[in-house]
Ligand binder design. Structure first.
Ligand SMILES: [Zn+2]
Ligand SMILES: [Zn+2]
Length: 354
């Protein structure tokens, strides 16, 4: 009896209603299209976005959904049209699923794939489970070579490409330039790690949490500013001879932090937004109209995963530094508790072993 149950069901973290989640037995997913793969999860993690979903901020994610859009695992089954992977392959899961063929995928704008994008743990069941169905497997999974560090690679599903693509690339970080990163949570730290590919002269990290600012110093921030006194803009202007910064990366997603970016951007600079904004923000064109600035927005495409993979393998960057806690899937509710109380627990990324 038990044998039959274990063969057809699995443990999964399910979003029940705003403020409610539980670890439940769910049917194991099966292939629904020839382009699907089923992956047995070995390691996954929790994202700030999962906390937004749990607050009820993401209406596309309905109650009953298995959460999670990051992880690594072993291919269990593949559909007949999957040519790049076979059962037993060790794979990295992109948080964005991509058909590779639609008009957006042809532009490497996978986040807007007409039959994919960010669907995992949102409009289809996600990775915080023992198994997950990955649509468009050929374009949404990446092979992991033998001997690679699984935990470090979990950071490649979402946070490293997000910090890099939406923050560093869109923000046009240049050698010798001055960068401010507003928000030093996992995504801000990922932007900090990857900004250093371009050797900016200064990276100013801004946050309310001194522990996170300490971490940022270890990760390469040249200066840190605690914005609790409400004077972060003045402080940054004083640090930059009243010029402001060439790149301001917004990594929080609230009006105050985007306003701060507008106050500290130098003429000719770029404000690169990463944060998920749920409220309207004022755009101060009355002070910015003549400043030659750009503002960019982007949802991560994960098009840079192969490149970032190489920088992690060659130890140019070590995203494992972002991992502060480890849990078994059985204890995922404790993992949420720890991750959700980061100011107290000093959590950045938590690893969950399935
Ligand atoms: Zn995420
Ligand atoms: Zn597509």
């Amino acid at each position: 009896m038990n044998k039959i149950v274990s063969a057809t069901t699995m443990k999964a973290l399910v979003y029940l209603a705003p403020g409610k989640k539980s670890l439940e037995e769910r049917p194991k997913p099966d292939l629904t299209a020839p382009t699907d793969a089923i992956v047995k999860i070995t390691k996954t993690t929790i994202c700030g976005t999962d906390l937004h979903i749990l607050k009820g901020d993401v209406p596309s994610c309905q109650p009953g959904r298995i959460l999670g859009h990051e992880g690594v695992g072993i291919v269990d089954k593949v559909g007949s049209a999957v040519t790049m992977f076979k059962p037993g392959d060790h794979v990295l899961i992109s948080c964005v699923s991509a058909c590779g063929k639609c008009v957006y995928c042809r532009k490497q704008m996978y986040s807007h794939c007409t039959t994919g994008g960010w669907i995992l743990g949102n409009t289809i069941d996600g990775t915080q489970a023992e198994f997950v169905r990955i649509p468009h497997a050929d374009n949404s999974l990446y092979p992991i070579p033998d001997g690679a560090d699984e935990e470090a690679l979990v950071m490649l599903s979402d946070i490293l490409p997000t910090g890099f693509e939406c923050g560093v690339l869109n923000g046009k970080v240049q050698p010798g330039s001055t960068v401010a990163i507003v928000g030093s949570g996992p995504i801000g730290q990922a932007a900090l790690l990857t900004a250093q590919f371009y050797s900016p002269a200064e990276i100013i990290m801004i946050d309310l949490d001194n522990n996170r600012l300490e971490v940022a110093k270890r990760f390469g921030a040249t200066t840190t500013v605690n914005s609790a006194d409400g004077k972060a803009a003045e402080t940054v202007m004083a640090m930059t001879e009243k010029r402001g910064v060439d790149t301001a990366i917004e990594a929080v997603g609230i009006p105050a932090t985007f306003e701060l970016c507008q106050q500290i951007i130098a003429p000719g600079g770029t404000i690169a937004n990463i944060g998920v904004h749920g409220k309207k923000v004022d755009l101060h064109l009355e002070s910015l109209w003549d400043r030659n600035i750009s503002i960019t927005t982007r949802l991560v495409d994960t098009a840079t995963i192969p490149m970032l993979f190489k920088t992690v393998s060659s130890r140019k960057i070590d995203p494992k530094l972002l991992i502060t806690h480890r849990f078994k899937l059985d204890n995922i509710l404790d993992a949420y508790e720890t991750f959700g109380n980061a100011a107290k627990t000093k959590a950045l990324k938590v690893i969950i072993e399935a």
